[in-house]
Ligand binder design. Structure first.
Ligand SMILES: CCCCCCCCCCCCC/C=C/C(=O)SCCNC(=O)CCNC(=O)[C@H](O)C(C)(C)COP(=O)(O)OP(=O)(O)OC[C@H]1O[C@@H](n2cnc3c(N)ncnc32)[C@H](O)[C@@H]1OP(=O)(O)O
Length: 309
């Protein structure tokens, strides 16, 4: 017998997500970089100033690879997921994981065409997990720039399976829903960085306007004492640290990124990113110093290792 949940898997999985074309400018790329803490400790840091300023003009600034995680939000800037067959309480929605493949460096400005689809749906009993995959093309050249797979963790929306076997659908098998094993050895590098109390208010200007990150009442209804930081903002801090320490400042060395959000972060907390090298894979973990808790773990695959490592 069907359990009492608002998810109708057949109806939901039959949905086609609309194609979307949009444009970003150098200003968007720079505001994003500031939102994930670039130059936050040192306004003239040579590794990071290039994301916000170039002496020959803004068209020469570089774009962080994590910028492209925002492309999916062009589908719905409120971060709400309103689809037939997906009845859930939007206040209980959390970002669970993000996986991205980067095929080309991003221009400082571009027109992007997004093709998105529902890539997964899983019944975890107390929660439902929905995966949305977005392929982003340069609208002018037609080149595929990147793929983003976003996992939404819908608390309270599980229990929709019809049989004793929990419902689990995955369109692609390339990345399982899993945690990364953190090595027991000393990390190769550790970087401590500070988020500002206003970090989420700045980050949201990049296009992720979910009020969970700005509205105290919405945050309370979701079970938090105050607005929390966007998971993608924490991820941006972590990958920025990896680019600095492992890629020696070259953002184009990043190939794939996987992040699993383990616990919420409050703006103003200190993020400690630990990095381990395993061949061309960097395993990483982010801890909040004040609470000594792991909030994020994952990996970053790089194209090659910097010769100075
Ligand atoms: C029309 C299309 C629109 C598209 C629009 C795109 C917009 C995209 C919106 C998505 C963003 C939503 C808005 C929110 C944004 C945020 O940034 S929220 C902040 C960042 N996220 C967090 O802070 C979450 C931190 N994590 C946690 O709090 C916890 O890990 C959890 C998610 C609440 C889970 O904890 P818990 O309930 O204790 O789970 P478990 O009992 O450990 O596990 C149960 C099963 O679920 C699997 N699982 C656990 N955690 C995750 C995870 N993070 N991601 C994916 N799956 C997870 C776990 O493996 C268990 O499964 P089984 O092993 O099979 O039992």
């Amino acid at each position: 017998m069907a359990k009492s949940s608002g998810i109708n898997p057949e109806l939901l999985l039959s949905q086609k997500l609309p194609e979307k074309t949009f444009t970003y400018t150098e200003r968007d790329a720079a505001i994003y970089a500031l939102g994930v803490g670039a130059c936050g400790r040192d306004a003239v840091d040579a590794d990071e100033l290039k994301y916000v300023y170039h002496e020959n003009g803004q068209q020469f600034i570089q774009v962080l690879p994590t910028f492209s995680a925002l492309f999916s939000f062009e589908l719905e800037p409120s971060g709400a997921i309103d689809l037939p067959g997906l009845q859930h309480d939007p206040r209980l929605l959390l970002h669970g994981q993000q996986y991205m493949e980067l095929y080309k460096p991003f221009p400082s400005s571009a027109s992007i065409r997004n093709e998105a689809c529902i890539a997964g749906l899983h019944d975890k009993g107390k929660a439902a997990i929905l995966e949305i995959e977005t392929k982003s093309y340069n609208a002018e050249s037609g080149e595929l720039l990147c793929m983003n797979r976003m996992t939404a963790f819908l608390r309270g929306a599980g229990g929709f399976s019809n049989s004793s076997q929990p419902f689990s659908y995955s369109k692609y098998q390339t990345i399982p829903v899993s945690v990364v094993k953190i090595p027991k050895s000393q990390p190769f590098a550790v970087f401590e960085d500070y988020t500002q109390p206003s970090q989420a208010l700045v980050y949201r200007l990049s296009g992720d306007y979910n009020p969970l990150h700005s509205d105290p009442m919405v945050a309370k209804a979701a079970g938090f004492s105050r607005p929390i930081l966007h998971g993608l903002c924490t991820m941006g801090f972590a990958v920025r640290a990896i680019i600095k320490f492992i890629c020696r400042g070259d953002p184009n060395m990043v190939k794939n990124i996987f992040s699993r959000f383990l616990l919420h972060v409050y703006p103003g907390e200190t993020l400690v990113t630990e990095m381990w090298l395993q061949g061309l894979r960097v395993i990483y973990q982010v801890k909040v110093k004040e609470r000594n808790r792991s909030v994020l773990s994952g990996f970053v695959d790089v194209h090659r290792l910097a010769s100075s490592l």
